[in-house]
Design a protein around this ligand. Structure first.
Ligand SMILES: *Cc1c(COP(=O)(O)O)cnc(C)c1O
Length: 388
């Protein structure tokens, strides 16, 4: 391609690790006890993670999907209840609801930020609504001012799907300071990772205690008499993962700083390509960790978009098609489904219909590259689009 050096574009690898992770693993190993009730890594990680996000309590769990399930269970979500979720998200947002026997109600997202549309949430509230689940898409906060107000007015709690939002801030406030439960993921691709893993931050001690019991088969800490006080499951994180996550957390701020410098450069350059629209940034989301570099080519068919992604990959970019609208996945229709057809949901989700077909994302390691590379990335996208 014109103007592109012949050597492949090399971005930093993901995940990243060094002697801190190595030392952590050995530390966990040599404790001799490898579960949280015997070791100290999970406890220490929870304290550090809670403090980092301004939350009173954090609970480490097996993965982000379980973090959502546990959060919803603490909020009383179960058969006969509904949870409002964005139609454009990773499927765990709705699957967690459905696993609990509740109904997931998809609503549209904003065309610019790809986050849940608060007016659509307001319209979808019924007497059965037990929670509202915004997803902070790609690190971009959903409109928390409007959601906190709606939540108070309707008396329905918010549960933040913060799987993309480690270290994010909304008007200076951290995820744990917004008054609601938040669920995080540490899966391999996420902003900090142990391959798998998750965490929940809680604004109240009562919710945390309920979460703790439910994540450990209903069993109180230190119990020796098999007093299982609540229902639950085993969502406990192991000591090795926690030791790695402590090292990952210590590295997060530096990585966020780099990505925060790169994104405005890349977004400005992408904006200059005719037909390309980068994800908008709400200025109130004043710290965005940039989990994905997302953009749309409005009007592109799903097939052309997929072709474009293939060309970007050929050009050396870690590029992907965005999430499919959840109601367009057959798995969404197995359990806990709303009393509507696909077409009815699609008709009330025009923005989701557009984004899922013409949206593309680049892995966040792209944004850990050099500023010079942002120009190369843009050139590859411009060339691929021209060739389409
Ligand atoms: C990754 C992700 C999850 C689930 O996390 P896992 O750790 O993979 O189970 C939930 N919600 C969103 C939006 C995600 O991207």
């Amino acid at each position: 391609m014109d103007g592109i050096p012949s050597q492949p574009l090399e971005f930093p690898e993901w995940p990243q690790f060094d002697d801190t992770e190595r030392a952590g693993l050995v530390r966990a190993l040599e404790q001799g006890q490898w579960w949280r009730m015997g070791g100290g890594e999970v406890d220490a990680f929870e304290r550090e993670f809670a403090e980092y996000h301004g939350a009173d309590h954090a609970l480490a769990v097996t993965n982000g999907t379980h973090a959502l399930e546990l959060s919803l269970e603490v909020l009383g979500v179960g058969p006969g209840t509904e949870v409002i979720v964005p139609a454009f998200t990773f499927i765990s947002s709705s699957q967690a609801v459905q696993r609990l026997g509740a109904v997931a109600i998809p609503v549209d997202v904003d065309l610019e930020t790809y986050c849940i549309d608060v007016a659509a949430v307001a319209e979808a509230i019924t007497p059965r609504t037990r929670a509202i689940m915004p997803v902070h898409m790609a690190g971009q906060f959903a409109d928390m001012d409007a959601l906190v107000k709606l939540s108070a007015d309707a008396d329905v709690p918010v549960i933040q799907d913060a799987a993309h939002a480690h270290g994010a801030r909304w008007q200076g406030q951290r995820v744990g300071e917004l008054g609601s439960i938040a669920a995080f993921s540490f899966q391999n691709g996420k902003l900090m990772t142990a391959g798998e893993g998750g965490a929940v931050t809680f604004p109240t001690t009562e919710q945390y205690e309920s979460g703790f019991l439910r994540h450990s088969c209903g069993r109180p800490r230190g119990d020796r008499g098999y007093f299982h006080r609540t229902s639950g499951s085993n969502f406990r994180l192991n000591e090795f993962s926690a030791s790695i996550l402590r090292a990952q957390l210590a590295r997060l701020d530096g990585q966020i700083m780099t990505r925060q410098q790169r994104w405005p450069v890349l977004a400005r350059l992408l904006n200059e390509i005719p037909g390309v629209l980068p994800q908008a940034t709400d200025s109130r989301a004043d710290r965005n960790p940039r989990y994905m570099a997302m953009f749309r080519v409005p009007g592109l068919s799903e097939q052309s978009r997929n072709e474009l992604v293939d060309r970007l990959i050929e050009g050396g970019l870690p590029a992907f098609a965005v999430f499919r609208a959840i109601y367009r996945c057959s798995g969404f229709w197995e359990v806990g489904t709303p009393d509507m057809s696909v077409d009815q949901i699609a008709a009330r989700c025009p923005n989701t219909e557009a984004i899922y077909q013409d949206g593309i994302w680049l892995h966040h390691r792209t944004l850990l590259g050099t500023e010079e590379q942002m120009h190369l990335v843009t050139q590859i996208i411009a060339d691929a689009l021209a060739a389409l």
